[in-house]
Design a protein. Structure first.
Length: 120
């Protein structure tokens, strides 16, 4: 198992406040992402996640290719798996956002809210 680097939502918010460019990636399911996600997060579900696919999505969204990548999920477990996979595939600047989207929203950081997974 590869040791992953972590960052809290508040630490990431402080980076954003300095104007730092980052790449934020959400690896949750389509339904979870559509219900609520961090503003600006690129969606690459864990079941399709590879470092190559992530690089394709980064290019597609016009995001900086050489900046650190911050991965989140609901609470952190899937993000850790994605980060480990990215590191195994040659990535070097990937980090897990601890607490995931739940912690991101609880910190009052910007989110996009859509429909809930059950359609409500």
């Amino acid at each position: 198992m590869t040791r992953v680097s972590t960052v809290t939502p508040s630490q990431l918010s402080a980076l954003l406040d300095t104007g730092e460019e980052i790449v934020l990636v959400d690896v949750r399911t389509d339904e979870e992402y559509e219900a609520l996600h961090a503003r600006g997060a690129v969606h690459v579900p864990l079941h399709t996640f590879t470092w190559k696919e992530l690089q394709t999505q980064i290019k597609r969204h016009g995001l900086p290719e050489d900046e650190p990548v911050y991965i989140l999920c609901q609470h952190g477990t899937r993000a850790t798996r994605a980060c480990e996979k990215a590191l195994e595939e040659g990535a070097d600047k990937v980090h897990v956002v601890t607490g995931g989207t739940v912690a991101w929203a609880q910190e009052g950081l910007p989110v996009v809210q859509g429909r809930t997974p059950n359609g409500d």
